[in-house]
Design a protein around this ligand. Structure first.
Ligand SMILES: [Zn+2]
Length: 292
């Protein structure tokens, strides 16, 4: 073989060898998340060591999502797939199976105190400071398992994040303490805030159940209107992930103005008022405080 060709061949093989060792332990972890709240958490907790591909875009509804072919491609190339569980993403198991993915899966809500809603579990467990600490532990645990050499950094990122979370939680609880319990009643379009309600002693009423798949019946809507009149509810909120039409109809009928928008199952666009998990919690609770 010509010496120059031999030289190139050797270098090419060396590069290939180098590339394969690098990809197994040193390059950033390729993580796929099912929806924007998990995308934010993984980025906050994984820092420079993760590259995240997120499936359900910001301001979009994960209950009714239709996976795209590119989603299966992203999953097939991932080191870790993170999803909420509690039957929130009814489409994900099939998608993972069809992609041929064999690496690690993390159900982020594993271990939360789930709220029962009839026969179903309420999937919206992230709307709770207590629960999100469980998500955080689960995510950090997975990241450390896959990249143990960065344990110290992941532990530090988690500690900093938990600190910010607690600061926000205490501040919001203090602000809410001045509102009498009887006034803490809110109407939203679908039942996404039971966890927040449990934690902050707020009553949420919605014409649509926990999964949006079934449309509200005339009876459901009439029931909500009755409650608004009976309890003199002042806080009506549309959500960022679904059509505001139903809430607008209820607002018109009860002559209660819509108090704004709550971020339930997805973050806002980047630069918007709820573009991270912490910003979402702050924005939602401050919007409720203003309406009460
Ligand atoms: Zn929902």
């Amino acid at each position: 073989m010509h010496p120059i060709r031999r030289y190139f061949k050797c270098h090419f093989i060396c590069l290939l060898l180098l590339a394969s060792t690098v990809s197994s332990s040193e390059t950033s972890l390729r993580v796929v998340t099912s929806f924007s709240i998990l995308e934010d958490l993984v980025k906050q907790l994984g820092g420079e060591y993760v590259q995240v591909v997120n499936l359900v875009a910001r301001n979009n509804d994960a209950h009714m999502y239709q996976p795209k072919p590119s989603d299966a491609v992203a999953i097939a190339g991932a080191d870790l797939v993170v999803f909420n569980g509690l039957a929130f993403e009814g489409w994900i198991e099939r998608l993972i199976k069809n992609s041929g993915y064999k690496n690690q899966q993390l159900i982020a809500s594993n271990g939360v105190a789930a709220i029962k809603n009839g026969a179903e579990l309420d999937p919206h467990a992230w709307q709770s400071f207590q629960n999100i600490r469980v998500y955080i532990q689960n995510i950090t645990h997975s990241l450390i398992g896959l990249r143990p050499q960065h344990t110290e950094k992941f532990t530090q990122l988690k500690k900093q994040y938990l600190h910010r979370l607690s600061d926000l939680e205490h501040r919001l609880k203090k602000e809410l303490a001045s509102i009498p319990r009887g006034r803490r009643v809110v109407v939203t379009s679908h039942d996404a805030f039971a966890y927040l309600g449990r934690e902050f002693d707020i009553r949420f009423v919605a014409p649509v159940g926990i999964s949006i798949e079934v449309e509200a019946s005339a009876e459901d809507v009439a029931g909500v209107i009755d409650q608004i009149r009976e309890k003199n509810v002042k806080a009506l909120f549309v959500e960022n992930i679904n059509n505001p039409r139903l809430l607008e109809q209820i607002a018109a009928e009860t002559r209660v103005a819509i108090g704004g928008r709550l971020y339930s199952d997805a973050l806002s666009e980047i630069g918007g008022p709820a573009d991270t998990y912490l910003n979402m919690m702050q924005y939602n609770i401050e919007a409720l405080l203003a309406a009460f």
